[in-house]
Design a protein around this ligand. Structure first.
Ligand code: SAH
Length: 222
């Protein structure tokens, strides 16, 4: 299969970094080269972020792996993703949760929502639904969610996302501007919310109602 060798080398390097077998197995199946713009296809299996247009990026494979592991994904879960981008992160999560699970992914830029949708269609991930909306407000129609994965950095934890997390659920999100940290937010069965700092990361900013207003320029809409 095309790019299989490159993919295996990437998976081996992620295994050496301590990524779980469950996540490695999923990433071994997802063809990342079909989620990057064709001009970057030769770098699809390099462990780095890549531009996907509109000033946005597909996250580095090790970051996708870390988010999946921190979310403690299980078969059959219902997941909300904020920031569809290329659709790659959603595809990896979809591999883990399987056909009985469902992913709702929100993207605010129309061209990227179409890009993610098309990439997920052509690779066969029919249990991921991409919605064009402001993900900082969550997606109340299908709440509550077992897991919430935010792939853009927020100024603070958006309240609607905490509300839409199921008791017993886990949310992973980056927060901060420039200097960002990844946080794991857990809601206990009796509704108590705890927040754990996982350390420094780099993501594009979350914009929108509960996002950074200063990045909400027309630039991204072209
Ligand atoms: N998960 C993506 C990474 C995308 S980068 C992947 O695997 O490729 C983050 C994405 O978040 C960008 O596409 C950006 O447009 C989007 N984004 C930023 N703020 C948003 C918001 N309020 N709602 C939905 N998407 C948002």
């Amino acid at each position: 299969m095309e790019y299989e060798r490159e993919r295996s080398l990437l998976i081996r390097s992620l295994a050496n970094q301590g990524v779980s077998d469950k996540t490695l197995k999923a990433m071994k199946k997802v063809p990342r080269h079909l989620f990057v713009p064709s001009i970057h296809i030769s770098r699809a299996y390099v462990d780095s972020p890549l531009p996907i247009g509109h000033a946005q990026t597909i996250s580095a494979p090790h970051m996708v792996a870390m988010m999946c592991d921190l979310l403690e994904l299980e078969e059959g879960q219902k997941i909300l993703e904020i920031g569809s981008g290329s659709g790659y992160n959603a595809a990896v999560m979809a591999e883990i949760i399987g056909q009985k699970g469902q992913i709702y992914s929100i993207e605010r830029l129309e061209k990227l929502a179409v890009f993610a949708h098309d990439n997920l269609q052509k690779t066969g991930y029919s249990n991921v639904k991409v919605t064009l909306a402001d993900g900082s407000l969550g997606l109340p129609d299908h709440a509550p969610y077992d897991r919430i994965c935010v792939t853009a950095s927020a100024p603070d934890t958006p309240k609607p996302l905490i509300e839409q997390l199921k008791p017993g659920g886990i949310m992973v999100l980056p927060e901060g501007e420039g200097y960002q940290h990844l946080y794991i937010i857990r809601k206990s069965l009796d509704g108590e919310v705890t927040k754990q700092d996982w350390g420094g990361v780099i993501f594009v900013p979350l914009v929108g109602y509960h996002g950074f207003k200063q990045y909400d320029s027309k630039r991204g809409h072209r």
